[in-house]
Design a protein around this ligand. Sequence first.
Ligand code: C2O
Ligand code: CU
Ligand code: CU
Length: 508
Amino acid sequence: MGIEQRPVDRRAALRLLGGVGVALVGGDVLAACSRADGPAGGPAGGPAGGPAGTAVGGTAPGTGGAGTDPPVLASAGGRLEVTLTAAPGTYNDTSPGPTLVVRPGDELVITLENRLDGDTNLHTHGLHVSPEGDGDNIFATVAPGGRRTYRYRLPTDHPSGTFWYHPHPHGAVAAQLASGLAGVIVVEDDLDRLPALAGATHRVLVLGDGAGGGGASMPQMTQGREAGPTTVNRQTAPRYTARAGALEHWRFVNASPSRIHALHLDGGVLHLIAADHGRLARPEPIDELVLSPGERAEVLVPVRGAGPLTLTERAYDRGRIAMGPMMGTADAGWAGTVLTVDVRGTVVEAPAVPDRLRPEPDDAGPVTRARELTLDLVMGMGAGGGMGRGGMGGGGAGMDAFRIDGKAFDPARTDITATVGDVEEWTIRNTTTIDHPFHLHVWPFQVLARTGSATPPRGWKDTVDVPANGEVRIRIPFRDIPGRTVYHCHILDHEDMGMMGVIEVRPR
Ligand code: C2O
Ligand code: CU
Ligand code: CU
């Protein structure tokens, strides 16, 4: 499929993401930025590729190439205007698509062009912006050959952090995301100018796997498609280079359609500094970073220089559905090397991690309304349906299907009505034998309790994994921004099967 390069707004001046991003102005440059899915050197100038020697899981051909960052398009003067051309597997010929860097208060204008052979649309996952009209409206779709302009106004108090964009056409979300259609949105603010962070090497690390974008079988959809080694920016086991004494700042996005990534760093320490929505008050050294689909995290990694850093993934058991001889054939999860950082220079003392990042996060406030939601599996005849356009390989009558409160997604039905100013507490119960990462659009929440977590996940969140046969309690302040949108399981095959509900938040 021919890709016509659209000019990108010339006003979009560039900012380098700490010197490792490829800064771009104009669509002409986009063409020059091929994805490094081979061992070719990337802009980070890493060492010659070699096999990832310590992989304990599968490796794929072309592993060990120099790690690269997606291209960057940054706002200037309070505005970023870009065209994203969705073609099979890419936005603007790259996967991940360009990283969009904006600031609180900015206007972000995205014209989406559909060069796919099916409907698509765009969702800005995590942004606290209006879901109405030409905002983050996932009910509207763009037909093949069509285009749509989205206008997102970020509130001036929008948290800084790592967000992302991906397609959201019900029934085809998993396939389009798995094909490579995803990109990162960075909201920068003055925290990024903290002296300690300003000198850091910033990297965008979009996690994925080998699950392809084609049709999936009913058992694959039931389990959630997942395959092959974990990828970083669509590369397998990339190698990066850092210098001894440097502070590395990594922005992770779990863009896998189903895989839960449990990450551990050999040779160094991960200091968690941000959850889905912005910075924590203080960094926290962690042994393992677990990210379910849709979740983000930022970490700082001080580089001592005593040897390479190896980010490994531990197998994560997210449960399985065994409904009969045809079902429940999932493997136990992938383990292996995710990325390696080679360190240049002699051993030095590790640079300090700042001990304070922002004021203590405010509390959501007293609860005005409590609700219970049930994530369930409806068995047998008539459970199917809820499939959107061109349902992928199943979901018809007679199939079992995941539901929320027993109901399949219906865009015409409003399942939850809330009011601006309310603070709601939701208990989300999972009655199935598989984890479901629960995601709410637009309004961030705090996690009060989660089965299996001694301490609930920190910070403001928009996605939280509800473990198999477990529950999660969240508190959501609907402080501002009325509108109608969705909440759903972020195993996107489940969402495509109908595991999604509609929420409308009315103005007070
Ligand atoms: Cu990242 Cu409604 O999704
Ligand atoms: Cu979302
Ligand atoms: Cu699910």
